[in-house]
Design a binder for this molecule. Structure first.
Ligand code: NAI
Length: 246
């Protein structure tokens, strides 16, 4: 259980982040539901948690902005006195072939997916070092492990997250702070629902388990890594992908 642990989940108003917030709250954590634009959806996630008897709060922050991330996390620390769990989930795609990819699309994806994770990790690490405890879980992707045509910016950001995870894990391990990454494969969300049936079938054929994952599959892995059951696991990349990247 994660009773009364303070958990920050970035990009938690929908999709995988929303489910991570619901699952951590179910385990007893007080969840800070971060969102960038959609206050209404973040408020719905908070309401859903409260209806189930949990505790949560929606807080706006663009994690790709260094100063904004600093202010966001220092406010959480002031209010709650600690941060036990940070889940860097916020992410975007701006897909295109390398030759056609604009500089703006490359920068936007790196700034959100990679720098956003760095910004939040930097600002929680001092507090976690003081606490001599903490859990950082970064959402990477199988695309960061395997590469993917048409996603050079996204794959670079997700591979970067793996390097960031392993380096931080080495720096923070002696203070009992673990840092791990989860690399989801194809997960059924709004993003993947938009694909045509033919494309979906083509993708499923490449997955040994022959089906897309559910947001719960990712959230359960996060809950495990956040718990005391994962005390001795750090610097790892756990693929939640139906066997796709093995
Ligand atoms: P989504 O697009 O539904 O959710 C992403 C969330 O991040 C949104 O709520 C968005 O508002 C938020 N966000 C974007 N930029 C932000 C910023 N600068 N500051 C704060 N929040 C921001 O995507 P989904 O599918 O739920 O993905 C969640 C994470 O999982 C992402 O990091 C994605 O790359 C990763 N992932 C998803 C897979 C999938 O199949 N859906 C597969 C592998 C990884």
């Amino acid at each position: 259980m994660l009773t009364n642990r303070i958990a920050v989940v970035t990009g938690a108003s929908r999709g995988i982040g929303r489910q991570i917030a619901l699952t951590l709250a179910r385990e007893g954590a007080v969840v800070i539901v971060n969102y960038r634009g959609s206050k209404e959806k973040a408020d719905e996630v908070v309401a859903e948690i409260e209806r189930a008897g949990g505790k949560a709060e929606a807080v706006s922050c663009n994690v790709s902005d260094f100063k904004e991330a600093e202010a966001f996390l220092s406010d959480v620390i002031k209010k709650y006195g600690r941060i036990d769990i940070l889940v860097n989930n916020a992410g975007i795609t701006r897909d295109n072939l390398l030759m056609k990819m604009s500089e703006a699309d490359f920068d936007a994806v790196i700034d959100t997916n990679l720098k956003g994770a760095f910004n939040c990790m930097k600002h929680v690490s001092r507090q976690m070092l003081k606490q001599k405890s903490g859990r950082i879980i970064n959402i990477s992707s199988v695309s960061g492990v395997m590469g993917n045509a048409g996603q050079a910016n996204y794959c670079a950001s997700k591979a970067g997250i793996i390097g960031l995870t392993k380096s931080a894990a080495r720096e923070l391990a002696s203070r009992k702070i673990t840092v791990n990454a989860i690399a989801p494969g194809f997960i059924q969300t709004d993003m993947t629902d938009a694909l045509s049936d033919a494309v979906k079938e083509g993708i499923a054929a490449q997955i040994p388990m022959r089906q897309f994952g559910q947001t719960e599959d990712v959230a359960e892995a996060v809950a495990f890594l956040a718990s005391d059951r994962a005390n001795y696991i750090t610097g790892q990349v756990i693929c939640v992908d139906g066997g796709m990247a093995m």
